[in-house]
Design a protein around this ligand. Structure first.
Ligand code: SAM
Ligand code: MD0
Ligand code: SF4
Length: 337
């Protein structure tokens, strides 16, 4: 019978677990992950507000809707709009604001001064933790973001197979992306690492990613199923079966009991929440206020204006599962453990 209790696996063992398809074995995998989550944090689930404040980008990632060459409507929100949306999210009960951007040349030109001011307001006036997802920035900018008080630097490698990376993040440097997050960690920020499922990776690649996440000391780890985007080179590629994402979530939970692991509403909307929590996720991400004009990434509009991506909606589903959203103080305590 499948023994997952040790929590440490060789690469071969990880590959074997990723190969599981027997219903009873899958149930053991998900039950083990869930019981670890409950042991760590009882009935609490964390929640992040998502503020995608500029959709301009200098890069051409093959999987992304916002890639430079895609002829789409873009926006760059004002400071007032960004702060207003952040405040709305905080008042609705999120634990953190994830300030996310395309690699917008305009912000690079002004060396992130506006972003620094926004981080300071959310931290000092709204007393709320901040994650910054700016793409790759140089060390000098990381210094500024850390000094402004950003708690987290999120930067997903997507894969730890260099050949596959080259195909996905065409024209970008693997080491530069990796080193940016290592430097942020060295500067005392918490870091999030992530991978994409369904982009041509093998189980061996996934096992490598799972191990690397631990080696680099990521405190938050994620997987998102690839969602095809109109107008992008991968438009015709299929979205993968969600079982793959669920297995990866469960394995991340078992390997890294204290990690924050997102159930992202950005893949299947609010209807995807329950399965991800049941696989061992402990954090709801991509909460976006309805009618705010802010977008998601993989699902740029799904459930947003309908009010589906809200703390309120999530609470209803969690209550049915005997779970609840954590308070901001509970979240702050958890990340300082
Ligand atoms: N521009 C920054 C960057 O790339 O690091 C931050 C935001 S970026 C839009 C955030 C992440 O969204 C990407 O790293 C990728 O993992 C995910 N993503 C983008 N397009 C996706 C898609 N089509 N399907 C699933 N995830 C996607
Ligand atoms: C999410 N749409 O949490 C967001 C995004 C960026 N740090 C996060 C991918 O699913
Ligand atoms: Fe730009 Fe990020 Fe999209 Fe890549 S994933 S094209 S860096 S917004």
């Amino acid at each position: 019978m499948l023994d997952l209790s040790k929590g440490k696996f060789t690469k071969e063992e990880l590959i074997n677990i990723l190969d599981i398809n027997e219903p009873e074995e899958l149930q053991i995998l998900f039950d083990t992950a869930q019981s670890i989550r409950r042991n760590m944090q009882g009935n609490k689930i964390f929640a992040y507000g998502f503020v995608y404040f500029t959709t301009f980008c200098r890069n051409n990632c093959n999987f992304c809707y916002y890639r430079k060459s895609n002829d789409i409507k873009r926006y760059r929100k004002t400071v007032e709009e960004i702060l207003e949306t952040s405040k709305t999210l905080i008042d609705s009960g999120v634990n953190l604001i994830d300030l996310t951007m395309g690699e917008d040349p305009e912000y690079h030109r002004e060396e992130f001064d506006t972003v620094v001011a926004i981080i300071k307001t959310i931290k000092n006036q709204y007393e709320t933790p901040v994650m910054i997802s700016p793409g790759v920035v140089d060390n000098k900018i990381v210094d500024k973001l850390a000094e402004a008080g950003a708690d987290w630097y999120a930067l997903y490698q997507e894969t730890h197979n260099r050949e596959l990376f080259k195909k996905l993040r065409h024209g970008q440097d693997y080491d530069q992306r990796m080193n940016a997050k290592l430097y942020a960690k060295q500067r005392g920020m918490l870091i999030e690492e992530g991978l994409l499922a369904g982009v041509g990776e093998s189980n061996e690649d996934i096992a490598d990613s799972l191990m690397t996440m631990g080696e680099i000391g990521a405190s938050q780890v994620r997987v998102m199923s690839f969602v095809p985007q109109e107008g992008s080179p991968m438009e015709k590629c299929k979205t993968p079966d969600r079982l793959e994402e669920m297995k990866i979530i469960a394995l991340m939970r078992i390997m890294y009991p204290h990690a924050l692991i997102p159930a992202s509403l950005d893949v299947d909307g609010i209807s995807g929440l329950k399965d991800r929590i049941n696989a061992g996720a402990n954090l709801i991400t991509s909460i976006i206020p309805p009618k705010s004009g802010f977008m998601g990434v993989a699902q740029n509009t799904m459930d947003v204006d309908e009010g589906g991506r809200t703390v309120e909606e999530a609470k209803i589903i969690l209550a049915e599962m005997g779970l609840r959203i954590a308070s901001r103080d509970e979240y702050k305590a958890y990340i300082s453990e």
